[in-house]
Write a protein that binds this ligand. Structure first.
Ligand code: AMP
Ligand code: MG
Length: 348
C-alpha cells in the first residue's frame, strides 16, 4: 500500500487535514499526532475501516479501541447515559489525556469495543487531532499508531518506522508533549477503578471527584478489565530488568549485574537519569532529570526505541517515584520488563 505522507508545514496544514479527513470518511486509516502519543484513526462507525486498524497494527481483536471526539456534545452519538461523575471529569479534564468508559449505544459496531458493552472515549488536546476529527465528521476510533507490542510512537519518525506501507496516510506533526498514553478510568464501577495510569495523574482525578481510586491488580488478575493491559506492551526488543531502591543502591546493583552479565558475554544497555548517567560506562541513555517526571514521561518510549537501534542483549533500568505522572511511567517500565523487578534495598 502507498502511504501518503502529509506535511503540516509551509502552508500545507489546511490541505493536509482536509485530505486526511476525507480518507477517514471514505473508510481509510490515518495516523495523526495527539498530546499523548500518535494515534491510528478510522471512522468508529465503519466496521470495515476498524478491521484495517487491527490488521495494520497486528492488534489482537479483543483489545478495544478508544473513540476520539472533538467536543463534549458529541458524546450523545456514542452513549445514552452520561453519569454525573463523568460530567464533572469531562468538565475538568477534556480536552486532555483522560479516557472515560460509558455504556455503549447500538450505533457503534461491536468490533470497536472488542465485544464489550462499554466504550472508552476522550477528547484529545491537540489542534491537529481536533481539526482532523471535525473535518472527518465522524467519531474517530484510534489506538496508538505503532505495531502491536512495540513502544508507543511519540514522534512522526516512530510511526514511519512501524507503519509506512501499511496505512493510507500519516499526518506529520510535532513530537507528543505528554509522551505516554491517556489515563483510562472506569466510572461504571463504584467506586471508579483506574484501569490504566496515564497522562492525568490519579491524584488530580481524586481531587476532582473527592474519592480515593484504586487500580486493578493486573499481576494477580486473570481477566484485566482493560483487556489491552494483559498484553506485553511497550517493550524494547531486548529483555528489560528494573531495579528499585535508593539511588545509590540501584546504581551499585546495576553496575554489579552489568559486570556479571558482560563476563558471561552479554551486551548490556542501561536506562539512567541525568543524575546517574556519569556513574556508568558503555551503552547508556539518560531519560532526563529525576526532578522532572513529566519530561521523563515524554522521553521514555523514545529511549526504548533508541535501545532497539543498539546491538544489545539486555536493558538494566532504574526506577522512579510512583507519585503524579511517575505512576504511569513506572507502569510502562514494569510492563516492558514483564514484571522482572529487582529490589536493590532502600527507598527512592
Ligand atoms: P491504546 O489505545 O492502544 O492505547 O489502548 C486503549 C486502552 O484502553 C487499552 O488498554 C484497552 O484495553 C482500554 N480500553 C478501551 N476500551 C475499553 C473498554 N470498553 N473497557 C475497558 N478498557 C478499554
Ligand atoms: Mg497502544
Amino acid at each position: 500500500m502507498n502511504t501518503l505522507v502529509l506535511s503540516l508545514k509551509n502552508g500545507k496544514r489546511e490541505k493536509s487535514i482536509k485530505c486526511a479527513g476525507e480518507i477517514l470518511r471514505k473508510g481509510g486509516i490515518v495516523a495523526f499526532p495527539t498530546e499523548t502519543v500518535y494515534g491510528l484513526g478510522a471512522n468508529a462507525l465503519d466496521e470495515e475501516a476498524i478491521k484495517k486498524i487491527y490488521k495494520a497494527k497486528g492488534r489482537p481483536s479483543d483489545n478495544p479501541l478508544i473513540v476520539h471526539i472533538s467536543n463534549k456534545e458529541d458524546i450523545e452519538f456514542i452513549t445514552d447515559d452520561v453519569p454525573e461523575i463523568c460530567k464533572k471529569l469531562m468538565e475538568n479534564f477534556w480536552p486532555g489525556p483522560l479516557t472515560l468508559l460509558f455504556k455503549k449505544n447500538n450505533t457503534l459496531p461491536n468490533i470497536v469495543t472488542g465485544g464489550l458493552s462499554s466504550v472508552a472515549v476522550r477528547i484529545p488536546e491537540n489542534d491537529v487531532a481536533l481539526e482532523l476529527i471535525r473535518e472527518s465528521g465522524v467519531p474517530v476510533a484510534a489506538p496508538s499508531a505503532n505495531l502491536s507490542g512495540k513502544p508507543s510512537p511519540t514522534k512522526a519518525e516512530h510511526v514511519i518506522e512501524d507503519l509506512m506501507g501499511r496505512i493510507d496516510a500519516i499526518l506529520i506533526g510535532d513530537d507528543c508533549p505528554v509522551g505516554i498514553e491517556s489515563t483510562v478510568l472506569d466510572t461504571l464501577s463504584d467506586p471508579p477503578i483506574l484501569l490504566r495510569p496515564g497522562g492525568i495523574s490519579k491524584e488530580r482525578i481524586e481531587d476532582v471527584i473527592g474519592l480515593i481510586i484504586s487500580g486493578q491488580n493486573e499481576e494477580k488478575s486473570d481477566i484485566p478489565k482493560a483487556p489491552g493491559m494483559k498484553y506485553t506492551h511497550y517493550a524494547p526488543k531486548a529483555p528489560v530488568i528494573v531495579f528499585r531502591g535508593s539511588i545509590l543502591n540501584m546504581v551499585a546493583e546495576i553496575k554489579k549485574m552489568k559486570n556479571e552479565k558482560e563476563n558471561e558475554g552479554f551486551r548490556i544497555g542501561i536506562l539512567a537519569t541525568d543524575e546517574t548517567v556519569e556513574s556508568y560506562t558503555g551503552c547508556v541513555f539518560s531519560v532526563g532529570s529525576r526532578d522532572r517526571i513529566e519530561s521523563i514521561a515524554g522521553e521514555i518510549f523514545h529511549i526504548f526505541r533508541c535501545f532497539d537501534k543498539e546491538n544489545i542483549d539486555m536493558i538494566l533500568c532504574e526506577s522512579f517515584t510512583t507519585e503524579g505522572m511517575g505512576l504511569a511511567v513506572m507502569n510502562r517500565i514494569i510492563k516492558a520488563a514483564g514484571y522482572h523487578v529487582i529490589d536493590a534495598g532502600g527507598e527512592i
